[in-house]
Ligand binder design. Structure first.
Ligand SMILES: *Cc1c(COP(=O)(O)O)cnc(C)c1O
Length: 403
């Protein structure tokens, strides 16, 4: 099968994943450049009027307008599709554009969506506020409770939506089991796989129909560009995603796609190093705190399930300080290396206080129901030497009065 980059995917799909991350989807121009070219162009010209007509009809291969496809963006999309084992990838301007496209592209008034209640703040807003405005009913369930998914499904249910591990509490949802329940109800399972990354978790192999990423996170991984991607099969793309994508204008910029291509080359090296450091940091924190959450730890509540669907525990560590908001703020303010920020998956370690920032838009009782308490801290472990991170955290815990 020829893809949009003119390559036969049967070759790259047989490569090892590390090779795919470096090479899949690359397309050289007639100048034989080594690094992927940045095609910073909005449109394309045609030799003849007949050629323009044929490209618009889809009879001739080639590009027309970068809102639809662009060569640099197509290289990124092809690399992501090969990596995920998906037929199609569509790159979007942000992660939220990807999440929104995956839902709005195929849904209509009268449809019903079941979502896990523990979601990235803006994904919760899509389900709580945006979809109902257009007559799409939504039901939120505790994603860990399989009976709740079953009970929530109705004859109108078209989509199950979830993320695992969930932001910010690291709740784990059984992907295979929820995919089976979705399919028994003729619904699609859409998975936001940002926390696990394509390196650690393969939702499509477990039954997911659509996988979405914020490429802003680990895929760029160096805090430079926003981006997202939706991965699905050809049928969903042709029937729903591509028409939505090209007409609503959620495309990724070629420059950002070029940055993301470079990010993918080192993705698995970075993610594995960050997982190593996250384990080291979590172990050091557990010496002083009773509640330290990292999926690879034996004392993590859903350790067995997490390790059955993820190859490593991930790059995030979560803890709850006993002294609540005051102690959490004292800890954050005492950090010297780790930044206070709300991004994640970055080469720089980041500490976040979800209660007062990323999840502040949720009502207090909704936050508490999700386990987002005033003392909760989320740590995205980066690529610094873990010895320095452990020392930074130890000093901040001292200052915050954690004994
Ligand atoms: C960041 C994030 C998003 C949204 O991505 P943006 O690139 O910021 O739009 C969605 N889901 C999860 C889990 C995220 O971490």
């Amino acid at each position: 099968m020829k893809d949009r980059t003119g390559k036969d995917r049967t070759i790259s799909s047989n490569w090892a994943r590390q090779t795919q991350m470096v090479r899949a989807g690359s397309m050289r121009s007639n100048l034989d450049e080594m690094s992927e070219a940045l095609f910073l162009t909005s449109g394309f010209a045609y030799e003849t009027a007949e050629e323009a007509e044929a490209r618009f009809d889809g009879r001739a291969e080639g590009f027309t307008y970068s809102r639809q496809t662009n060569p640099t963006v197509a290289m990124f999309e092809e690399r992501m599709a090969v990596l995920e084992g998906a037929e199609v990838a569509r790159a979007t301007g942000t992660g939220m554009a990807a999440m929104t496209a995956s839902l709005l592209a195929g849904l209509k008034a009268g449809d019903h969506v079941v979502g896990a209640r523990a979601l990235f703040g803006s994904c919760r807003w899509l389900l709580d506020e945006l979809l109902p405005r257009y007559g799409i009913e939504t039901t939120l369930v505790d994603g860990r409770d399989l009976d709740a998914w079953k009970a929530a499904a109705t004859s109108s249910t078209k989509v199950f939506f979830l993320e695992t591990p969930a932001n910010p509490t690291l709740e784990i949802i059984d992907l295979k089991a929820v995919a089976d329940i979705a399919h028994e109800n003729d619904a699609l399972l859409v998975v936001d796989n940002v926390f696990a990354t394509p390196v650690l978790q393969r939702p499509m192999e477990l039954g997911a129909d659509i996988v979405c990423y914020s490429a802003t996170k680990h895929i760029d991984g160096q805090g430079r560009c926003l981006g997202g991607v939706v991965l699905c099969d050809k049928k969903f793309d042709e029937d729903f995603l591509y028409p939505y994508y090209r007409h609503t204008g959620c495309a990724m910029s070629p420059f950002n796609a070029w940055v993301m291509l470079k990010g993918l080359e080192t993705l698995s090296l970075r993610v594995r190093a960050m997982c190593d450091s996250a384990e080291t940091v979590a172990a050091a924190m557990a010496d002083r705190l009773s509640d330290v959450r990292h999926p690879a730890r034996k004392d993590f509540a859903q350790h067995t399930l997490a390790m059955s669907q993820m190859s490593r525990g991930g790059t995030m560590v979560v803890t709850e300080l006993p002294g609540g908001r005051e102690q959490a703020f004292a800890f954050l303010n005492a950090l010297e290396i780790i930044d206070i920020s709300n991004n994640l998956g970055d080469s720089r370690s980041i500490a976040t206080h979800p209660w007062s920032t990323t999840h502040k838009a949720l009502a207090e009782d909704a936050r508490l129901e999700l386990g987002i308490t005033p003392g909760l801290l989320r740590l995205s472990v980066g690529l610094e030497d873990p010895t320095d991170l452990v020392a930074d955290i130890a000093r901040a815990l001292d200052t915050a009065g954690v004994r």
